[in-house]
Design a protein around this ligand. Structure first.
Ligand SMILES: [Zn+2]
Ligand SMILES: [Zn+2]
Length: 388
């Protein structure tokens, strides 16, 4: 491994790690990040930046203005998850049932570290850096609140970047790729209405459980038969609810699931096929089937030039550690910014020594050295973009 941290980040390494531990000990759920926001805005004000609070409800935005030039947006998310921490760290969460189990504590600490280092170089920057601390990434779509509050204008953000700590990658690696890197995450609820009756006398009934069994099986063909095998989609029925007793034919079943895709085309294909299959099964069995399809986060799609910008900066810090990311069908509301502004969302290897603890796990933790790598890349990236 060949890591060259930026000296101005190396100089504040303890502070970056302490900030991450502070956030880790004091996690807050989406749109409730009051203390988190206060901590961030105090730090940023102390650096002499123009700070706006209550952006997108609990978000914080700071501007570092250099000479005339483009505006680079750097985004970190702020929210924690409703999980009781079970790990042993002495910086364990003090808020019962709430935990930073996705790494957003580290995202904030890296961005604060970069803000501190860059604030001392204002005179060398030809352009503006907008530091965007965004609430509620985990499901509530805080990015949309920020965008609705004008975070991408005044000054207009020309390019935007975001990091996710990634325990699926080894420490010392940085996963960067143009195109889609996270999926669209949609949700569906299907109500199957049949006609109940006695388990011994099925004739004349419409068994909602048998209809659902056919439906669940048929839905699998959207991924296996309708998706181009060189592309990726996923469809999961995660909930099946229905029935009364062993000898009763059920009159209603509710199915709930999620559909994932990397492209808008596949996303539209899944929702169309889902409806068609439900209509077909409904006609075959005489059950009434109601589909409720809800669009979640869109796919996260990186632009080519901005991905090259990140690669160029990251190579200086981790050399041959730059690689294609470990991809999943997870989703991110970073996607909303990337629909408005070109940019790149990239993955920073943070797997701790030994066990590879997955994200959203109750004993999640990271290799904190990764924070210094992340801050170093952000500093390098901004300097390269705003060197005038
Ligand atoms: Zn998460
Ligand atoms: Zn996350």
């Amino acid at each position: 491994m060949n890591i060259s941290l930026r000296p101005e980040i190396e100089a504040i390494r303890d502070e970056i790690i302490d900030n991450r531990r502070h956030f880790h000990m004091h996690p807050e759920l989406g749109l409730q990040e009051y203390e988190t926001a206060r901590f961030i805005s105090e730090k940023l004000s102390g650096l002499g930046m123009e700070v706006s609070t209550k952006v997108g409800q609990t978000g914080v935005v700071a501007l570092l203005r250099g000479a005339d030039g483009p505006c680079v947006g750097l985004r970190a998310d702020m929210d924690a998850l409703p999980i009781q921490e079970t790990g042993k760290a002495d910086y364990k969460s003090v808020n019962d049932g709430v935990m930073h189990a996705c790494g957003h504590d580290g995202h904030m600490a890296m961005l604060l570290g970069a803000a501190e280092a860059l604030s001392k170089k204002r005179d060398n920057l030809s352009g503006t850096v907008k530091f965007i601390f965004q609430p509620a990434e985990e499901g509530l779509g805080g990015a949309r609140y920020m965008i609705d509050d004008g975070v991408l204008s005044n000054p207009k953000v020309d390019e935007i970047y975001g990091i996710h700590l990634w325990n699926y990658q080894s420490f010392g690696t940085v996963g960067i790729q143009p195109g889609p890197v996270l999926a669209a995450a949609d949700e569906f609820v299907i109500k199957v209405k049949g006609k109940g009756g006695h388990g011994a006398m099925p004739h004349g009934t419409v068994d909602a459980i048998v209809v659902s069994a056919h439906l669940i099986t048929a839905l699998q063909t959207i991924v296996s038969r309708n998706t181009n095998p060189l592309e990726s989609t996923a469809l999961t029925v995660g909930v099946i609810e229905g029935g009364y007793n062993f000898n009763i034919i059920s009159d209603e079943v509710i199915l709930k699931g999620t559909a994932r895709s990397y492209t808008e085309e596949n996303r539209a294909m899944i929702s169309r096929r889902l409806q068609e299959i439900c209509d077909g099964i409904s006609a075959s069995f005489g059950a009434e089937i109601e589909v409720n399809y809800h669009d979640g986060y869109p796919p996260t799609v990186n632009s080519i030039v901005e991905s090259e910008n990140v690669t160029s900066a990251a190579v200086k810090i981790v050399a041959e550690g730059v690689q294609p990311p470990y991809l999943t069908m997870g989703a991110e509301d970073m996607s909303y910014y990337l629909m408005e502004v070109p940019g790149c969302f990239f993955f920073l290897g943070s797997a701790p020594e030994g066990e590879r603890v997955p994200h959203h796990c109750s004993h999640f933790d990271i290799n904190e050295e990764a924070l210094l790598v992340g801050s170093s890349i952000l500093v390098e990236l901004v300097e390269e973009r705003l060197k005038g």
